[in-house]
Design a protein around this ligand. Structure first.
Ligand SMILES: Nc1nc2c(ncn2[C@@H]2O[C@H](COP(=O)(O)OP(=O)(O)OP(=O)(O)O)[C@@H](O)[C@H]2O)c(=O)[nH]1
Ligand SMILES: [Mg+2]
Length: 262
């Protein structure tokens, strides 16, 4: 007896709810639904845009160059304002996020820079591909003293960096930094630029011949039919001087701060 009573009561309740729900759905104009969907889609788009935008304003600067060119010393100069005499060949990338040492006396909040020093040893260079996609700028360090014996190797490495997919696609600015200018035997940056251009021109001719035969999609450098010059690159390529030993790094700091605004 009781069971039947409860059953009918439940039935009545459920019917009431269903009726109310139907009423609610009918009452709600579809326009409101469209607005809700639009808001959700808009928010999602905004989040995606923010993510993309964030990547563009990355604060990563990558230091590359042959082994012994002075990347690690420059890294320490940027961070501590000292050369930490006696660095050895690096076996792992050196990484740090900091406010440049020369800026530590400045007032106000300064945006820190993420600096990565990728070792020049050929077996560790693959690490470069990990950092290039997030780089705001690349510094290619050249030993200005021992330049001539290393010219070919430096040009080959520089060619690799300049044709790396992320550098080409994202037009990452590059600074060729002639280091060790404290030594009187250091070559001038103009001499170094010209030699590098000449060497890359040779490399380009031989590589284009190879890639045409292989039909690879490697990016080619410069304007075809013209002698190679850094000014032909789609990304900005500039040249500067420094001494990691004495701490003359203002051109390096200017390059960094032009890309990572304080
Ligand atoms: N005179 C002079 N020597 C320098 C300068 N910068 C670096 N050196 C010397 O060059 C050598 C190599 O410097 P590192 O900073 O270790 O070179 P690196 O580019 O980090 O080399 P890897 O880690 O092997 O890729 C060290 O003996 C430094 O003392 C400079 O500005 N002037
Ligand atoms: Mg090193």
């Amino acid at each position: 007896m009781d069971f039947e009573k409860i059953e009918t009561e439940v039935k009545i309740h459920v019917q009431k709810w269903v009726g109310e729900a139907q009423l609610l759905i009918q009452r709600k104009p579809p326009a409101q639904l469209y607005v809700a969907v639009a808001v959700v889609v808009f928010t999602m788009l905004l989040l995606i845009l923010i993510k993309l935008f964030k990547r563009k304003t990355s604060n990563t600067i990558v230091l590359t160059g042959l082994s012994g060119s002075g990347k690690t010393i420059l890294f320490y100069q940027l961070r501590d304002g000292s050369s930490h005499l006696g660095t050895v060949t690096s076996m792992e990338p050196n990484e740090g996020t900091f406010v440049l040492h020369s800026e530590t006396t400045k007032k106000g909040k300064i945006k820190p820079v993420h600096i990565v020093d990728v070792p020049g040893h050929s077996r560790l260079r693959a690490k470069l591909d990990e950092f290039l996609p997030q780089a705001a700028g690349v510094v290619f360090v050249v030993d200005a003293v021992e330049f001539l014996p290393n010219c070919r190797a430096a040009s080959e490495y520089l060619y690799e960096v300049l044709t790396a997919a992320s550098v080409v696609k994202r037009k990452i600015p590059l600074l060729i930094l002639c280091n060790k200018v404290d030594k009187v035997t250091a070559h001038t940056k103009d001499f170094i630029r010209k030699q590098l251009e000449k060497e890359i021109d040779k490399l380009r001719t031989s590589r284009t011949a190879v890639s045409e035969a292989d039909v690879t999609d490697e990016y080619t450098l410069g304007t075809p039919g013209e002698a190679f010059a850094f000014s032909q690159c789609h990304n900005k390529v500039v040249i500067g001087e420094a001494s990691g030993l004495t701490g003359e790094i203002s051109q390096l700091e200017d390059f960094i701060r032009n890309l990572v605004k304080p």
